[in-house]
Structure formats: C-alpha cells, structure tokens
Design a protein around this ligand. Sequence first.
Ligand code: PEP
Length: 258
Amino acid sequence: MKKFLIIANWKLNGDFNFINKNINLIKKIDNSLNFCKLAIAPPYVYIDYIHNYLKNTSINLVAQNVDINEKGSFTGEISINMLKDIGVKYVIIGHSERRINHYENNNFIAKKFILTKKKGLIPILCIGETKEEKKQNITEKICINQINSILKICEVKIFYNTIIAYEPIWAIGSRKIADINEIEKTISFIKKYISSINQKISKSIVFQYGGSVNKDNINNLFQIKNINGLLVGKASLTIENFISLVKKAEKNIRLLRS
Ligand code: PEP
C-alpha cells in the first residue's frame, strides 16, 4: 500500500535561515514515519541546496511550477529537464495561485501536466472550484472540465501513477477546510469519472486534499476514505505546527491500516 504523502508547499516563503533552522527537524520526523512520506516544495532557488540536505533520506523534492518549453529563449522560465537534473520528483501543476495570478488556463496547464509525465516526473494536478462556483453547485463540473482539458489532448493513460489534489480555491489560505462530506463526494465523483474511462488508471492515481489543513483540523480528514495525501501551505511554514500535523497524520494512518 502506498504511503500517505504530505507535501509542504512553501510557496514564496523561506530563506537560508529558515531552511537551516528547520530541515534537520523535518529529517528527524521523517525518520520516525512508517505510514507517511514527506515531500517539500521550496522556491526554485533553494531546491538544489535542500537536495544536498536530503541525500540519504526518503523526503522528496517538489517543484512549484514548470515551463511548457524544454529549452530556448524563454527568459525567467525553468524547464522540466532542469528540474529532473537537480533531483526533483514531483511538480505542482495548475495551482490556483498560478491560475489566478499568472492567468494559466486549463489548456496551458494540460500541456505542463503532459510534459511533466512524459519526462518521467510526477505531476500533481491541482483542481477545484471558486466560492462562486461552489455557490452555483457546479464543483463537479468544474473539476471534470479541468481533467477533460488533459483528456482532450492525451489518452487517459497519461494519468497513470499521477496525483490529483482537490483544492477548493476558497479554502486555500482561508483557515477553513472544506466540509468533509463534500471533499469525499467530490473526490469519489472524480475517481468514478476516471474509472468509467479506465479503472486501472483511476486506481493508480493518488488523491490529495489541500486547503487550510493544520494541526487542529487534520484529524477530521481521516474520515475521508479516498484521500492518500495532503498538500499543506501555511501550516508547513511553522515547524512546530508542521511536525504536530505530521505526527497526527502518522497516528491516524497507523490506526486506519492496523
Ligand atoms: C495550497 O496553497 O496548496 C494550500 C493548501 O495552502 P494552505 O494550506 O495555506 O491553504
């Protein structure tokens, strides 16, 4: 059975001081885990530095983004080959902060997802609805559209062994996680949808939840059967909170699997 994957997305936060202070504590907690697995998504410029720290650990590196081009005159961009070169395993694709702040649309995101998978890294596709879309009761339709934008240009097998993170946009950074039943319902719906196309592919996908998970609300999430990981933003920036969150996840998964 796959380990429960907890990804710390540092976004545009952290510096050498933050890393030097915290990385050994993260390594220490990682050493004590049997059922969970950790991964860190630092800002690009620190990936290589952290990679050196993480040698001989099972903690993986995550890139927060990637360009659609492999090389060439694209000032300011980072390619998938470069990420591979420095030891990145996962790439976050289509995070709502990129959809909103950088105007990334479904078609553009689909290209990144396909390129990442074809190059042998694991894409983490972030999907989810806005507050307005939730009010209109079209969450499932929005999520399926986000998935279909990939299926329009590629066969379903592109999803084999990838990650889909359900992250309701309104829950990100809001201190309020989505309703447990709604998370369960939405993820089940997406799973069934992909399963209706190809059951084996659907089974291979890891589903994560992201959106204001912290040490105080994490226990509730283990009522959801379908998730096997979390994307954690703000709560990963305070080491005490993050460690407490990881310990609770480990305890819950141990109980669920024993
Ligand atoms: C995120 O941005 O993916 C995220 C889950 O952030 P937060 O935990 O801060 O809501």
